[in-house]
Design a protein around this ligand. Structure first.
Ligand code: FBP
Length: 334
């Protein structure tokens, strides 16, 4: 796979006014979300829910792609069209979550490292055949007393870089996601410092593993105070801090940055993205790869009445996609 083809896919992922819907919850996370609204989590209920999200009428005007879970990439619409084919036919790029989740980092209480490198080359080969053109790996960094440690940051960066190099070898664009969690009572300054160190470490590791940045997308967390912090930040503060942090640590050659929502409200996730784009021009397109901030309204409606609310739930997916697509242009709420 040439770097030009990878770069083309990466640019298409962050095409103007478009972003990504993240529907790659592992079955355990999906169960947590379904339990929250009283839905039985079965292979078929997960399939039906993902169909609702992927086939929301006109949402593809604002969605360049979706991140799927392994199970979903192998599933089809109720009419028998494989989801990957449905997406490609509707102008959306199929992506796949390839990490195998987090485990405690031995010797470092309270810290996590992401697993999934063993056998990854062969899994990527298969995912490519199934239609995936980008792949996501999520590392989790927790802020707390004396953490994150340098060891945790380095271990996660090293794994991210190894996965990214394998993705490019197999023709998939890596979407590297080092998520700094919002859990905790730390202030926005602490989140800034940690995020900056994490990003510097990540780009250092990507460089060391010869990952081509032109064919890489960063999925970043925004710089925000911890959920338990008494002093919450304004939209402008979050946008300014996040932009400054990214500008100080992310090379300009990167084709784009997308954000995770991390537990922010739908409105906040959109407002923050919009504000950052209004503060541009920025070195890279800034867009979204939201999970909860794209889905939670639809999930609630669908849970309340699966048949009666089906169209309404799909309409909210369209509305969330449109709002975030406009925010990616800095034109939300005009
Ligand atoms: O815990 P899991 O199953 O890996 O899922 C974590 C989720 O976090 C994300 O990376 C970001 O989602 P949010 O926007 O809801 O924070 C999703 O892509 C993914 O589904």
């Amino acid at each position: 796979m040439s770097i030009e083809q990878l770069a083309e896919t990466a640019r298409a992922m962050v095409a103007p006014g478009k972003g990504i819907i993240a529907i790659d919850e592992s079955s355990a996370t999906c169960k947590k979300r379904f339990d929250g609204v009283g839905i039985d989590c079965t292979e078929e209920s997960r399939r039906a829910y993902r169909e609702l999200l992927l086939t929301a009428p006109n949402a593809n005007q604002y969605l360049s792609g979706a991140i799927l879970f392994d199970e979903t990439l192998r599933q089809s619409t109720k009419d028998g069209v494989p989801f990957a084919k449905y997406m490609l036919d509707n102008g959306m790029i199929p992506g796949i979550k390839v990490d195998k989740g987090t485990v405690p980092l031995a010797g470092f209480p309270g810290e996590l490292v992401t697993e999934g490198l063993d056998g990854l080359r062969d899994r990527l080969k298969e995912y490519y055949k199934l239609g995936a053109r980008f792949a996501k790996w999520r590392a989790v960094i927790t802020i707390g007393d004396d953490i994150p440690s340098g060891t945790c940051i380095e271990a996660n960066s090293h794994a991210l870089a190894r996965y990214a190099a394998l993705c490019q070898e197999q023709g998939l664009v890596p979407m590297v996601e080092p998520e700094v969690l919002m859990d905790g009572d730390h202030d926005i300054g602490t989140c800034y410092e940690v995020t900056e160190v994490v990003l510097r470490s990540l780009f250092d590791a990507l460089y060391n593993q010869s990952v081509m940045l032109e064919g890489t997308i960063l999925k970043a967390s925004m710089v925000v105070p911890g959920k338990g912090c008494a002093e919450q930040a304004t939209v402008e503060e979050v946008a300014e801090s996040t932009l400054m942090c990214l500008k100080s640590a992310v090379p300009a050659i990167l084709p784009g940055i997308v954000f995770l929502s991390g537990g922010q409200s739908d409105e906040d996730a959109t407002a923050h993205l919009d504000a950052m784009n209004r503060m541009g021009p920025n070195p890279w397109p800034l867009s979204f790869s939201y999970g909860r901030a794209m889905q939670q309204a639809a999930l609630k409606l669908w849970a309340a009445d699966m048949t009666g609310n089906y169209a309404k739930a799909q309409q909210t997916v369209f509305e969330r996609a449109k709002a975030n697509g406009l925010a990616a242009l800095g034109q939300w709420g005009e």
